[in-house]
Design a protein around this ligand. Structure first.
Ligand SMILES: [Zn+2]
Length: 102
């Protein structure tokens, strides 16, 4: 199959941008991890990016997760309390995630 490359056929597509709550860098939404304050009060990772509830975004950087959790940036942005249990889940998620990247 012949791939026709026409630069005019690919206009700059709108890329949704979001801000990391820790480092405040603006990145493409898909490069960030969404966390959601779900209806049941839990604060969890939203893998689908489509869960209902107030959302916050973090980079795939350990530092950002630490800052987000330690300085209560997530709680502030999500307007909720992260329980010890949820916090542990988030930390574990971040560890796995960042291990996977490197
Ligand atoms: Zn960040």
């Amino acid at each position: 199959m012949k791939i026709i490359s026409n630069p005019n056929a690919t206009p700059t597509k709108h890329i949704p941008l979001r801000t990391c709550v820790a480092c405040r860098q603006i990145k493409a939404k898909r490069e960030l991890i969404r966390l959601v304050h779900a209806a049941d009060g839990k604060i969890e990772v939203d893998d689908s990016g489509k869960k209902a509830g107030r959302g916050a975004y973090l980079c795939r950087e350990w530092e950002c997760w630490q800052t987000g959790l330690k300085e209560n940036r997530l709680e502030h942005t999500l307007r909720g309390n992260i329980t010890r249990e949820d916090r542990e889940k988030l930390v574990n998620y971040a560890r796995d995630l960042i291990k996977g990247v490197n």
